[in-house]
Design a protein around this ligand. Sequence first.
Ligand SMILES: C[S@@+](CC[C@H](N)C(=O)[O-])C[C@H]1O[C@@H](n2cnc3c(N)ncnc32)[C@H](O)[C@@H]1O
Length: 210
Amino acid sequence: MDNELQNYCIEHSKRPSSLAKELETYTRAAIPGSQMLIGEMEASLLTLLIHSIGAKRILELGTFTGYSALCMAEQLPHDGELITIDINTGTTAIAQTYWDKSPHGKKIKAVLTPGTDYLPTLQGNFDLIFIDADKVNYPFYLTWAREHLTESGLIVVDNTLWSGKVLQKNPDAHTKAIQEANAMVASWDDFVTSLLPVRDGMMLVKRKRK
Ligand SMILES: C[S@@+](CC[C@H](N)C(=O)[O-])C[C@H]1O[C@@H](n2cnc3c(N)ncnc32)[C@H](O)[C@@H]1O
């Protein structure tokens, strides 16, 4: 989609707070890898999904500078909780400085541990599990998420098109893991799935009604 049309979509969607915008602007200007941010289009879709399912407890894999965590926390009720996992102390520290400025920041708990180490220790189920961390572990994260989703919960997986590389016949390790994860989810008979061509691909995964 061209930028003008994309901006039109964003302008006609629910947008994150001015603090989230400030964090986005700062990250794009100052932090290497800033293209990893979900941006306003994905944030608005996550916003709609959070309200659709009445999410109270969210798990995020991949904090970066805390933009997506802040956007999602803004949509949670006052007693909602968001746990976000990353391994980068520098970007997580930046995230914390922005969350501390927000009335919603107290809902966010940052964990600095590799996802594959932390998830096996994590108790309870989540209404929304947003997977946006290391791609090689997407199959692991999805397998864990399937077992830790509330009845009406939703899994959202980012970068499921991987700049179109999912079509490659001789993929690198990251692409191969995303291909495997996409195929695995599509084969889950007790779930419904939609891989949306939003930004770099957003896969929505939900348990079928009983
Ligand atoms: C795409 S960025 C997350 C962007 C963020 N969700 C946003 O939109 O604001 C991916 C993050 O995953 C983190 N990451 C990489 N390997 C990880 C691992 N093994 N466990 C947890 N996080 C990891 C990286 O440090 C990076 O910050």
